[in-house]
Design a protein around this ligand. Structure first.
Ligand SMILES: [Zn+2]
Length: 240
């Protein structure tokens, strides 16, 4: 029976190693999702800026047309002035010309701002496009690295898994099944525990002297009444 406990302790150690390899794979996969997320953000930004560019361009075209209209209006008003007879008419027409001039100034300012905005958008769009272009290669490189590393880790995992299976095969079925049951809950999280100073090492539950004796007698599996993990006898827990 002590061999059963020793084997299970080794199985648990191997399973912990498997978990570490799985963690490495997860970390590697995060490298890919990180760059994919960055690309997605840039892609979204790019779409947004392309849309904005179209709308600013449309607005700027309509402002240019409006400016042309105002220019011809100003022209017509100015041609009218020498033909006018009364001061009142002249004054009113001059006022009209002044208000058109003001409108023209405002429109010119707006057009300059729009041109500036379009230039900024164009720079930013180029930047995003360059990032997206460059990051395709980066992503391909990282994918390759991650694939290689994952294959290596999976090979290690398979080797460890083979050793686990071999160890479990030699354990009598009833104990093997009990271990599988505990592992349903505690796989990669220490399905086995030990007694330290009268308490469960992991969950700190008190152990009765009766249970202590049963653990050390090694006739059966004793489960912790707190966490349900299987107790390793002292000798096995401390490699004595
Ligand atoms: Zn416990």
């Amino acid at each position: 029976m002590i061999e059963v406990f020793r084997s299970l302790k080794e199985v648990m150690a191997l399973e912990n190693k498997i978990k570490r390899h799985m963690d490495v794979i997860d970390e590697e996969k995060k490298r890919i999702s990180f760059i994919e997320n960055q690309r997605k953000l840039k892609q979204d930004k790019l779409e947004e800026q392309n849309k904005l560019t179209s709308s600013v361009r449309a607005k700027s075209t309509s402002d240019e047309n409006e400016l042309e209209k105002i220019d011809s209006q100003i022209e017509r008003v100015k041609q009218r002035i020498p033909l006018l007879k009364t001061d009142t008419q002249i004054k009113a027409t001059e006022q009209e010309a002044a208000s058109l001039d003001e409108k023209k100034d405002q429109l010119e300012t707006t057009l300059l701002e729009e041109i500036e905005q379009l230039e900024q958008l164009s720079d930013s769009i180029k930047e995003h496009e360059n990032f997206l272009k460059g990051s395709i290669q980066t992503l391909a490189d990282i994918n390759k690295e991650v694939d290689e590393k994952t294959a290596k880790e999976n090979k290690e995992i398979n080797n460890l898994q083979t050793r686990v299976s071999a160890l479990l095969e030699d354990i009598p079925l009833q104990y093997r099944n009990k271990y599988h049951d505990v592992n349903k809950r505690y796989l990669f999280n220490n399905p086995l525990t030990s007694e330290e100073n009268g308490i469960c090492e992991i969950c700190q539950m008190q152990i009765t002297s009766l249970q202590h004796m049963a653990i050390e007698k090694m006739a059966t599996f004793e489960a912790c009444s707190g966490c349900n993990r299987i107790f390793l006898p002292h000798k096995v827990a401390h490699n004595l």
